[in-house]
Design a protein around this ligand. Sequence first.
Ligand SMILES: O=C(O)CCC(=O)C(=O)O
Length: 242
Amino acid sequence: MNSSIPQNYSAQIEEFQRQGFLVIPNALTSAEIARLNRAIDDDLRRNERDWVQFNDALTQTPDILSRTSEFDFAIENPAVLNFLRKLIGENVTFEEFLVMIRQPTERPQDFKGWHRDLIRDYNRRMEIEYLSVIYYLTEVGSSDHCFSIVPETHARLVDLRPEKITPGSEVDVIGPAGTAIVFHGRAIHSGKHKPQSGTGVLFMSHSGRPESPAPRNGHPFRDGFMNAVSRRCRHFCIPSTT
Ligand SMILES: O=C(O)CCC(=O)C(=O)O
């Protein structure tokens, strides 16, 4: 693995705790990126009905892990997992996994807008403890759809409401395919549309501590799906149901 993150992680942990996110460059090799893109193309061809087209800008599947084990190595990727373990402890609970395809669009804004993950109720924002990881599987330049995040909104600026975000306070993450972004689910973020964007492919997973409440997101596949994933992935517990 060719991540440039050193092993003691103290500077990265400090940065994550202050900013609410950390960019990990080169978290996947080019061979791994090609393998994952192939797995996505195969799944789109064979299982088109398992992909949801939300609008012209977003096609997504929430359960590709139940149809292929091709992503397992990425879930257990040491470049990210070692950092997560230093951050939250050895027992990392795996919660969710989405693959998204982002198409160029004239829509000014992603339909989710600025948001915190998991719980949209502003008054319950302190219940959000889980961490999200996004991997870019395509190059994201300044004119491409990108992940955008408002620093410190998980902690120092936690009282900021998503509808009060002012332009310029966000950080747009650009980077080559293989870039990983770990962020606190409580930090306000959004996918940022760009009309001239190339097609973007990314995947997103959510993890937490076993004692944290599991997200109640109503995915019908949840229990069987999670058991299958945790059988295949050695490093993850299934989500807590308490
Ligand atoms: O599209 C993206 O870049 C990020 C999507 C996102 O933030 C989300 O689905 O919560």
